[in-house]
Design a protein around this ligand. Structure first.
Ligand code: HPA
Length: 231
């Protein structure tokens, strides 16, 4: 048990899938896990542990933003001996090369968040795990699932006015959680990656409605779950 997670160590797998939304964590558990049980409901940050095929995994929500992701992923890595976290989230596209529903596999996360500095990581970008990415890319290739590898802008401010700086770093989109997740993985010697579905476009202003959003992310979740079998 930690300050924010009311589970015992044995209740959590060493592999965790993290959507932002607690209700998406519930939907993933209900749709894909066998013999699952709820392992956290503190602050409604739902978490479940069960079996996908024969692999024991935990799916737990991160909440929105680096601050929330920072808390939960830190405690999972540090207190629950989690080795791998894969974020499954959404992104707003910065390029017209990305359409709604496209799937991005994150290479580097760029941010001006203070999250890293506060933990002694003084850099504006951080890389995801190449081990996890390789496994995801291999599964996607074998099964003809189209994914785009790219950098992502991780903002602390949803209503950011000027994102032009991040186009210079070849960021293909924006989201709000990868930076804290990858910093925690780095300082705690663990592995983390992120797969993101394009939910809106800052170029065309198109967006997926919130009801479509739930279903639209299932392809990405299946990609994460199947890839985990090969970790
Ligand atoms: N901005 C920030 N985070 C996001 C967005 C966005 O447009 N879409 C999905 N996550």
């Amino acid at each position: 048990m930690t300050v924010h997670i009311d589970a015992s160590k044995e209740d959590i797998s060493n592999i965790v899938i993290m959507p932002g939304d607690p209700l998406r964590a519930k939907l993933i558990a209900e749709s894909y896990l066998k013999n699952y049980k709820q392992i956290n409901k503190t602050r409604n940050m739902f978490g479940y542990t069960g079996y996908y095929k024969d692999k024991r995994i935990t799916v737990m929500a991160s909440g929105m933003g680096n601050a929330s992701m920072g808390i939960y992923s830190y405690e999972l890595f540090n207190d629950y001996d989690v080795d791998y976290i894969i974020r499954v989230g959404t992104t707003g596209a910065y390029t017209d090369k990305l359409d709604l529903y496209d799937i991005v596999l994150v290479d580097n996360s760029y941010s001006n968040s203070a999250y890293g500095i506060n933990l002694g990581y003084d850099n504006n970008y951080i890389e995801s795990s190449s081990k996890i990415n390789d496994v995801i890319e291999e599964y996607a290739k074998k099964n003809n699932i189209n994914i785009v590898r790219g950098n992502i802008h991780c903002t602390d401010t949803f209503y950011t006015k000027d994102y032009s700086e991040y186009l210079k770093y070849n960021c293909v989109g924006v989201e709000m959680e990868t930076f804290a997740l990858f910093v925690n993985a780095k300082i705690l010697n663990k592995k983390a990656s992120a797969i993101l579905t394009v939910s809106d476009s800052l170029v065309t202003d198109k967006k997926i409605s919130s009801t479509e959003r739930e279903k639209s992310t299932l392809k990405m979740v299946e990609l994460a779950l199947e890839s985990i079998l090969n970790l």
